[in-house]
Design a protein. Structure first.
Length: 156
């Protein structure tokens, strides 16, 4: 669901390019790790949205000069993603703004909910399917993930 109009500034194209590039890197990592094998339907990205968000956050901050935050919800009582059937799911995504102040929402694992793999939305009213939950909870999950990264790369 890329919403990039021909007259949009080059900064928007840069954000879209970084989203697609990061998705490509993420797909290669998931294939190499084989984590998707044995999952229902063999979905390559199911359950990997937080990891994808951490990767996308770094990419957008470093290579597209964006200010971004990871958002999410549990899919029950505290936000989440609403699919085309109106069912709410636990999920994580990125919300941010470009250096020129254009606000956006980016999701590089939207295909686990039968949307296009990369969703880049520029209008707040288009964010109805993404309902941010408690930010303290999201931040705690991100911190936990960074702890897992550090443990995985720590030398004995």
């Amino acid at each position: 669901m890329d919403q990039l109009q021909p007259n949009n500034p080059p900064r928007r194209q840069l954000v879209l390019d970084r989203c697609h590039d990061t998705r490509d890197v993420f797909e290669r990592a998931m294939r190499a790790s084989r984590v998707h094998e044995g999952q229902e339907g063999g979905n390559l990205v199911r359950g990997t949205c937080l990891f994808a968000c951490v990767l996308l956050q770094r990419s957008l901050e470093q290579f597209a000069e964006c200010a971004v935050a990871i958002r999410g919800g549990d899919g029950e009582s505290d936000g989440g993603l609403v699919d085309a059937q109106g069912v709410k799911h636990g999920h994580y995504w990125i919300e941010g703004s470009t250096a020129t102040g254009d606000r956006f929402l980016a999701d590089i694992t939207a295909d686990q909910f039968h949307f296009e793999p990369v969703a880049l939305l520029w209008q707040e009213d288009a964010w109805e399917r993404y309902q941010a939950g408690n930010q303290d909870t999201v931040n705690a999950h991100v911190t936990d993930m960074w702890g897992e990264f550090e443990s995985a790369v720590r030398m004995p």
